[in-house]
Design a protein around this ligand. Structure first.
Ligand code: 7RM
Length: 651
């Protein structure tokens, strides 16, 4: 671990506050006591097959599995022989009960338009769209890309894919045409579902135009379905492009769900790694659904009369697991909002909490930091008394932001669940149980049942209390990724080669004397910008693709709102560049990757600090970007004058 991480250990050690759940909350909670949690956790650790086999009774199976768990990590298989369908579990099984008339999705568009889809409605739309997909030639096993705004059709398309067993690959609507093309090509997607555009801060974000551009270099895609959302002008290519509403008009509402193997791929979701090429994290049906179903029940304490709102975008894993699959499998009411939190003003979320009487609210630290900056006056204008539980995800939450969330949003009456998990883990791994765990601001507390974490050295030795090290998982869990699409070797290498016999998460962490986990951030070259993972390599590649750029090194630096900002050190092909070139490069990166990757800072330099073997020492650049006077160990630096020159440049 570098000096920076021991620095953050020092920092959080001062955090001594503890917030136990109220007896009122505890007495009604799905997991109601420390003893119950301990008993579940011990059972799952000692007898994972017995534990998860029992949990799997919470899902509906067409055919029971022959065995719960086969093989050793990383090659573990869950529920072999079992036949299941995720869309059936999220929809059909609720139609036999009063839930058929319950709101499944309450949707609000940014302009203020709303739609409520009852379970029956959602089921009908999903069946119809599944038939549309079939009609357009999509078969079980084919990959379908979804590049859409946060509109109900996105959830419908996901569940329709799941119904016919066509893995979806959702690409966040903020990504560029190039990113869409790369992902289409990697997944060899056959069909793309998109929209003309979406609404973001009152502006139309074009999506179909980006798909058109991407298709110039992703030849596997045969058909495109386009939802009319904004009404903006789009080009429709005959025999390739189809309007959603026209196709749905004639589609039958009868569609039997495919009876799929538990290990049938449910989706691919691309996430950044420390090399340029994004990783296609693959999740399968039975294990993923079981993980998201149980964690939704445990962590969000879902009850039938709750109105639950996760503010994530479905383009990220949080939206997959905790807007769609987890809540719907539990028969919950889930809110979906299309737009920005500050449109038409900074009170939008709180206005919606009041309007829909939201009970459970799940958001990201980056959003909370923005709320803090916007001021208490916005939430204070609204009645937030319906809230009973708050959650966070995506990055470490600084205790100050936690306390604000507790005080101003939770009105000191709501437990906060700080949930640690990853695209790769499929579902929440470390989190308080709201009726059980006394929370400490800044800690994601303890492992959920079935999760056996450890903190180890680079050599794999377990560390003691409060010693910073690498976060690993010692046992497999049902919702873990099964492979990186098309690159099983990379899967083995990235997650299982670092620490013998363990899943390596890529995060640094420590465990305190109460067994609570404190995450210290990523140990690889992955940025976490507003809770979104970006690889430094991707941004560097984008910069270097500009004709005036010779070399680039990208690092994160502490950013008040985004958590991490993007700082780029750039060497140019000619002498010093004009200031305007910085703006041009920012725009260039934005075009190549998308708005979330827009650099916050660009610095021109005539050389980068490197090791003798030529590796850029990003660690030193991080110190410089953060404005730290003292930099870490420089003994491997090849040319000491580089550092001095970089510093001078700063002044
Ligand atoms: C769900 C998600 C994963 C990375 C992970 C961490 C960081 C996520 C927390 C957190 C501290 C948390 N998936 N992270 N949650 N760090 N406390 N509660 O975010 O694949 O996009 O990112 O995010 O570094 O490795 S992700």
């Amino acid at each position: 671990m570098s000096t920076e991480s021991s620095g953050s250990i020092e920092n959080v050690l001062h955090e001594g506050r503890k917030f136990p759940p109220s007896t009122d909350f505890a007495s009604n909670a799905n997991i109601a006591s420390e003893a119950e949690y301990q008993q579940m956790w011990d059972r799952a650790k000692d007898d994972p097959a017995g534990f998860w086999g029992e949990m799997a009774e919470n899902l509906d199976w067409f055919r029971p599995y022959d065995s719960v768990l086969d093989g050793q990590m990383p090659e573990t298989k869950w529920f072999l022989g079992g036949k299941i369908n995720a869309s059936y579990n999220c929809l059909d099984r609720h139609l036999d009960s009063w839930r058929k008339n319950k709101a499944a999705i309450i949707w609000e568009g940014e302009p203020g338009d709303t739609r409520v889809l009852r379970y029956q409605d959602l089921h009908r739309e999903v069946c119809k769209f599944a038939n549309v997909l079939k009609k357009l030639g999509v078969e079980t096993g084919d990959r379908v890309t979804l590049y859409m705004p946060m509109i109900p059709e996105l959830a419908i398309a996901m569940l329709a894919c799941a119904r016919i067993g066509a893995p979806h690959s959702i690409i966040f609507g903020g990504f560029s045409a190039d990113a869409v093309a790369d992902r289409n090509n990697d997944a060899q997607a056959k069909l793309v579902v998109t929209a003309d555009g979406g609404w973001r801060r009152g502006k139309e974000v074009p999506l179909k135009a980006a798909v058109d551009e991407s298709l110039e270099r992703s030849p596997s895609v045969e058909k495109v379905v386009v939802v009319r959302r904004t009404g903006q002008e789009v080009d429709m290519v005959p025999d390739r492009d189809y309007w959603w509403h026209e196709m749905m008009e004639g589609a039958s509402a009868e569609c039997e769900p495919e009876q799929l193997d538990a290990e049938h791929p449910l989706f691919i979701l691309y996430t950044s790694g420390s090399t340029g090429k994004p990783k296609g994290v693959l999740h399968t049906t039975g294990g993923y659904l079981l993980g998201t179903t149980m964690t939704s029940k445990w962590v969000f304490d879902l009850k039938d009369d709750d109105t639950y709102w996760c503010t994530a975008d479905i383009g990220w894993v949080t939206g997959h697991s905790y807007i769609v699959y987890g809540p719907l499998s539990n028969g919950a009411t889930t809110i979906m909002y299309e737009g920005a939190p500050n449109w038409p003003d900074e009170g939008r979320f709180w206005q919606m909490v009041e309007k829909y009487q939201v009970n459970i609210f799940y958001t990201a630290p980056t959003a909370i930091r923005a709320f803090v900056k916007w001021g208490d006056n916005w939430p204070n204008q609204y009645d937030l008394s319906s809230l009973r539980l708050l959650g966070t995800v995506g990055e470490p939450i600084n205790p100050e932001a936690w306390m604000w969330y507790h005080r101003v949003i939770g009105q000191e009456a709501c437990p906060i669940v700080d949930t640690w998990w990853q695209t790769e883990t499929g579902g929440i791994m470390l989190s308080p149980l709201p009726g059980v765990t006394a929370t400490k601001p800044g800690s994601c507390t303890k492992p959920l049942p079935g999760v056996v974490p450890d903190i180890v050295t680079k050599e794999g030795a377990s560390l003691g209390d409060n010693e910073g090290g690498l976060l690993v998982m010692r046992q497999p869990w049902p919702s873990m990724l099964r492979t990186l699409y098309g690159d099983h070797d990379r899967f083995l290498q990235v997650y299982f080669s670092e620490i013998e016999g363990c899943y390596f998460a890529g995060d640094g962490a420590r465990r305190d004397e109460d067994g609570y986990y404190w995450i210290m951030g990523r140990v690889d070259d992955v940025l976490n910008v507003s809770g979104h993972r970006l690889s430094t390599m991707e941004v560097e590649s984008a910069l270097v693709s500009h004709e005036l750029v010779a070399e680039a090194a990208v690092v994160g630096f502490p950013h008040d709102l985004k958590g991490e900002g993007i700082c780029c050190f750039v060497t140019l092909t000619s002498a010093d560049g004009p200031e305007e070139l910085k703006d041009e490069l920012k725009a260039h990166v934005r075009k190549q990757i998308g708005a979330i990757a827009t650099p916050d800072m660009i610095r021109f330099t005539n050389a980068l600090p490197k090791t003798r073997s030529g590796k850029i020492m990003r660690r030193l650049l991080r110190d410089i970007a953060a404005g730290r006077e003292e930099v870490g160990d420089t003994t491997t630096l090849e040319d000491f004058t580089v550092l001095a020159r970089l510093r001078e440049h700063n002044e």
